[in-house]
Ligand binder design. Sequence first.
Ligand SMILES: Cc1ncc(C[n+]2csc(CCOP(=O)(O)OP(=O)(O)O)c2C)c(N)n1
Ligand SMILES: [Mg+2]
Length: 324
Amino acid sequence: MEKQLDPKTLAERYRLMLRIRFHEEAIKTLFTQGKIGGTTHLYIGQEAIAAGLVAQLRKDDFISSTHRGHGHMLAKGGELKPMLAEILGRADGYCKGKGGSMHIACITLGNLGANGIVSGGLPIAVGSGISAKMRGTDQITVVSFGDGAANEGNTHESMNLASLWKLPVLFLFENNRYAVSTETSRSMAGNMEKRAAGYDLPFARVDGNDLEAVHFAAQDAIAYVRSGKGPFVMQGDTYRIEGHYYGDAMVYRSTEEVDGWRKKDPILRVEKLLAERGIMSEAEYQQVRAEIQQEVNEAVAFAEASPQPALESIFEDVYTEWQA
Ligand SMILES: Cc1ncc(C[n+]2csc(CCOP(=O)(O)OP(=O)(O)O)c2C)c(N)n1
Ligand SMILES: [Mg+2]
């Protein structure tokens, strides 16, 4: 029999996946209402990866994330209220409203930051790995990156150095099939397994829409990296259900393709498991959905009531001081 999560953990991860999904759905509404500045990239469809891997990290481990990073942050212990306040650019946000969707960071939670630079998270993870090694701790750093980022020089330089110096970094390749409008088959030569082998790194590939598959592969990868043997590359195959950014016309792919992937929705798959294993009936998981929706609604109200950052705060939390 395939390995199974115990009922309590499965139910907890289900709640987390719903929290990630409903948070993103709330952002869609806020964005449509013109309440979010700039752009926003949604993690809808990829929840099993954050909930399967990031959620089992220790609090003192680190993550280095991407422009599509809300799910990673919530799985690392992020709370809905300061998340949404940050995304609305308000003073109660994780970065006091000065980071926004693409730059959410929280050092106490071990999030070294979402990142607007595609592949920008990888060198940061290498630096974090060097730090853990020099300090002699067994903390690990997980860096998520997409299929677009996979082809950037940063990715190769980071894997090379991390392998050479045996750094405690888990490279998490989230292949959601698209980089903006370009499908992976048109952008990526070879594959990640061969690339990892080229840097002498162990590799595992899983169905990224299968929570338990991600969890158990991640458990092994985390143990390997934590033991001090060096980095590991893990690939989760998934699909970006929404457009690249919210509002993208998505003319580059067919409705049939998207609908096909909606049927593989990682949340629906967990609901099926919960029911089949007698952990929750449909009525019970509908109740959980209602509870999480309520949590998200309260967080939206909190964020909307949060003040704008004070003008003077623009000079706080910066590394250099401006002088006339
Ligand atoms: C260095 C750099 N190049 C290009 C961009 C513009 N850009 C933003 S997201 C993106 C696509 C990234 O695709 P992928 O790595 O697959 O991540 P996904 O959006 O699928 O999560 C691009 C090209 C950028 N932000 N940074
Ligand atoms: Mg992608």
